[in-house]
Design a protein around this ligand. Structure first.
Ligand SMILES: [Zn+2]
Length: 594
C-alpha cells in the first residue's frame, strides 16, 4: 500500500494554518498565547474552545475534543486521515510524496488478520458444536428454557465448548495455527504441568464482537455448578479489553442510531432476550456497572444511554466515574429501575414482559437523581450525624460530578427539603466536594485564559486525582528534563487509566509529544492536545511537580492500605501506615518550601 511519506506529512502540518482552517467554522479571538472561540463541536454560549497556533493543536475544555489540524479536518469534513491530509495539501500547495509501507507494519497487520481468522473459525466451530453435538443437548435445553429461540441464538453466534481438554487446540493446529497464536487470542492456556489446554470447556459460548462484527473474545457460561466460576471470559489480550467492549454492539448499532439511544444491560442472555423481543438497541456491559471506556464508545453514537442495570448493586465509584465521563461528553445517563430480583431476560420470558420493559425505559430517571434517591431512601433522617455523613460522603460527590445547572439546583433543593436544611448549606457541601485544582502550588485560575468559566469546564468534572495527574503530566511536557525523571517514577498504580495512557505516550515520545498524534485513537489524541496546550500556558516548577507526585503517591499508598485491610493483613497495613505518616510529613515540608 502506498503511504504518504513522513516528510510530506510533516510539510502539510507545518504549512497548514490551523487558525485559518478553524476560523472557517468559528470565530477565534487571540487571548494571550491562545486563540479562543465558541466550540464548533458542541453548543455553547461562552467560549471554551482553544487553539494553540504554535503547537498547532486545538482543544475544547467543554466537550473534550481535541487534536491537530488534520484531526480537525477529519472531524469537520467527515474525512479519513489520508483524505484530510490530501485536502490540506491541496489547499496549502504541498506536493505529497508516497512511499511503500514499512514492512514491519505490514507484517503486524497480517498477523492480526491471521489471529482474527483464528477467532472467527473457532466461533464457527463452537456454534456448530452447539447445534450438532449430542454433548450440547443440555445447553440447548437450558437456552430453550430461558425462552431463547434458534434465530436469535444463531444471529449472535452462540455456541458450545466441548468438555475435551484440547479440542480447540487440536483443531486450531490442524488448520495451521501455532500454539502461541492460540494462546495470544486467549483460547489456550498453560496448565500447572506446563502443557497447554483449552480455556473454554463444557460451557455455553457467547462470542464477543466489535462494532464491525469481528469476534475478539468469548464469554463462557458454566453448565454445572462444580465447574468453578459461573462465567469465564477471554483473558485480556493485545486486542481484547473486556472493559472496552459492548456485547451485541454489532447487531445493535443500527437500532441505536435510529432510536438515538442505547439500552445497556448486564448479561449476555439479557441482550439476546431483548433483541428477540424487538428491543434491538440493547447492548451488554458484561458486569454490574458501565465502564468509562464503554461510555466513551457509546458517546460517539448517541446522546442518551438508559442503564437497565442493577444500579443499586453497582459500585457507586464506578457509576460516579461513568457519570463524569458522560457529563464531559454532553451525554445523558438514565436508569431504568428494574424490579428487585428480576433481570431483563426473566422479564422477557414472562407475558407482557417486553411492554413492561419499554415502560421502564421510557420512565427512566437521570443517574444522579436516581443515586441521590437511593441515598435519601436509606438514610435515617432523624439522626443529624447520619444526615451530615450522607450529605458529605455520598450526595455531595454525586452532585459535584454533574456540574452546575438546573439539574444540580433541583437536586440540591430536594435534598435540603428532605434533610430539613438550608439549600445554601447543601450547596456549600457540593461546592466543597468539587474536585480540587491540580495541587496547592498551582494558582486557582487557568493561566491567563479567562476563556474557561469555572464550573463549566470539563476539568471540573475530573476527580482531584485526575486533575493532579494531568497537572503533573503537563509539567512533564513543560519541563522535559524533570519530566523524564517523574515519568519513570510514575507507575500505573499512581494513575487513572487515561493518565496511564498519557504517561505511556509521553515516555515513547519524549521529544515532541504533539508532533505525531495517534490518528487511530481519538481519545488519546485529544488528551495529548489538552496537556500540550496546558503545558504551554500553565506555570510549571520542580517544586510543584514534586508536590503533585507525592500527593499521587499518597493516594496509591492509601489504596494499598485499604487492600491490605481487606485481606486482613494487619502487619502489612501497619507498615504501610508508617510509610504514609512519613510521606504526609514530607508533603507538609514540600508545601512549606514551595
Ligand atoms: Zn466543545
Amino acid at each position: 500500500m502506498a503511504l504518504i511519506s513522513d516528510e510530506s506529512l510533516e510539510r502539510v502540518k507545518q504549512t497548514a494554518d490551523i487558525v485559518e482552517v478553524i476560523s472557517a467554522h468559528t470565530d477565534l479571538r487571540r487571548q494571550g498565547t491562545r486563540w479562543v472561540g465558541l466550540c464548533p463541536f458542541h453548543e455553547e454560549r461562552t467560549p471554551s474552545f482553544s487553539v494553540d497556533a504554535q503547537e498547532k493543536l486545538y482543544h475544547c475544555f467543554g466537550c473534550g475534543v481535541g487534536g491537530d489540524t488534520i484531526k480537525f479536518v477529519e472531524e469537520k469534513e467527515g474525512l479519513g486521515f489520508a483524505e484530510a491530509v490530501e485536502l490540506l495539501a491541496e489547499r496549502y500547495g504541498v506536493e505529497l510524496q508516497r512511499e511503500r509501507e514499512d514492512p514491519r507494519a505490514e507484517a503486524r497487520r497480517q498477523q492480526r488478520r491471521r489471529l482474527g481468522e483464528l477467532l472467527d473459525r473457532t466461533a464457527g466451530f463452537y456454534a456448530s458444536y452447539l447445534w450438532d453435538s449430542k454433548e450440547a443437548g443440555k445447553a440447548r435445553q437450558y437456552l430453550e428454557e430461558r425462552g431463547l429461540g434458534e434465530e436469535v441464538l444463531r444471529a449472535f453466534g452462540v455456541g458450545y465448548a466441548p468438555s475435551a481438554w484440547d479440542k480447540v487446540l487440536l483443531l486450531g493446529q490442524r488448520a495451521g495455527f501455532r500454539v502461541e497464536e492460540l494462546r495470544a487470542v486467549g483460547l489456550a492456556q498453560k496448565g500447572r504441568g506446563g502443557g497447554e489446554y483449552d480455556r473454554f470447556r463444557s460451557r455455553i459460548i457467547f462470542p464477543i464482537r466489535d462494532r464491525r462484527g469481528r469476534t475478539l473474545g468469548f464469554g463462557g457460561r458454566a453448565m454445572r455448578s462444580d465447574q468453578g466460576a459461573k462465567y469465564v471470559n477471554t483473558a485480556e489480550t493485545d486486542f481484547f479489553h473486556k472493559s472496552h467492549m459492548l456485547y451485541g454492539i454489532d447487531l445493535a448499532k443500527e437500532a441505536i442510531a435510529k432510536a438515538g439511544r442505547a439500552v445497556v444491560v448486564e448479561g449476555y442472555t439479557d441482550v439476546l432476550a431483548l433483541h428477540q423481543a424487538g428491543v434491538e438497541e440493547a447492548v451488554g456491559v458484561m458486569g454490574t456497572a458501565i465502564t468509562e471506556e464503554q461510555v466513551a464508545a457509546l458517546s460517539g453514537m448517541v446522546d442518551e444511554v438508559v442503564l437497565a442495570l442493577d444500579a443499586d448493586a453497582a459500585g457507586q465509584e464506578a457509576m460516579l466515574r461513568a457519570q463524569r465521563v458522560a457529563s464531559g461528553r454532553r451525554m445523558r445517563l438514565r436508569v431504568a429501575a428494574m424490579p428487585a430480583g428480576e433481570d431483563p431476560a426473566e422479564m422477557m420470558a414472562a407475558d407482557g414482559g417486553a411492554e413492561r420493559f419499554r415502560t421502564l425505559v421510557t420512565d427512566a430517571v437521570d443517574l444522579p437523581a436516581f443515586q441521590v434517591g437511593l441515598v435519601l431512601e436509606r438514610t435515617d433522617t432523624s439522626s443529624p450525624a447520619e444526615r451530615d455523613r450522607a450529605l458529605e460522603v455520598e450526595i455531595a460527590p454525586i452532585l459535584a460530578g454533574i456540574g452546575e445547572g438546573a439539574t444540580q439546583d433541583d437536586l440540591v433543593r430536594q435534598v435540603a427539603e428532605r434533610f430539613d436544611m438550608d439549600p445554601a448549606t447543601v450547596k456549600g457541601k457540593v461546592v466543597a466536594a468539587r474536585p480540587a485544582s491540580g495541587g496547592s502550588a498551582q494558582p486557582g485560575t487557568r493561566g491567563n485564559g479567562a476563556a474557561v468559566p469555572p464550573g463549566r469546564t470539563r476539568g471540573a468534572a475530573l476527580t482531584s486525582r485526575e486533575r493532579r495527574e494531568r497537572a503533573l503530566l503537563a509539567m512533564c511536557i513543560a519541563l522535559p528534563t524533570e519530566g523524564r525523571e517523574y515519568l519513570s517514577r510514575l507507575s500505573d498504580e499512581h494513575l487513572s487509566s487515561s493518565g496511564a495512557r498519557i504517561a505511556a505516550w509521553l515516555r515513547e515520545h519524549p521529544e515532541d509529544p504533539a508532533s505525531n498524534l495517534p490518528h487511530d485513537d481519538d481519545e488519546l489524541a485529544g488528551l495529548i492536545a489538552e496537556l500540550v496546550i496546558l503545558a504551554h500556558d500553565e506555570p510549571a516548577s520542580a517544586e510543584a511537580m514534586e508536590l503533585n507526585f507525592l500527593l499521587l503517591e499518597q493516594r496509591r499508598l492509601e489504596a494499598e492500605i485499604a487492600a491490605a485491610g481487606e485481606r486482613d493483613d494487619y502487619e502489612r497495613r501497619a507498615t504501610l501506615s508508617r510509610e504514609r505518616a512519613a510521606l504526609v510529613e514530607r508533603i507538609a515540608h514540600t508545601e512549606r518550601v514551595g
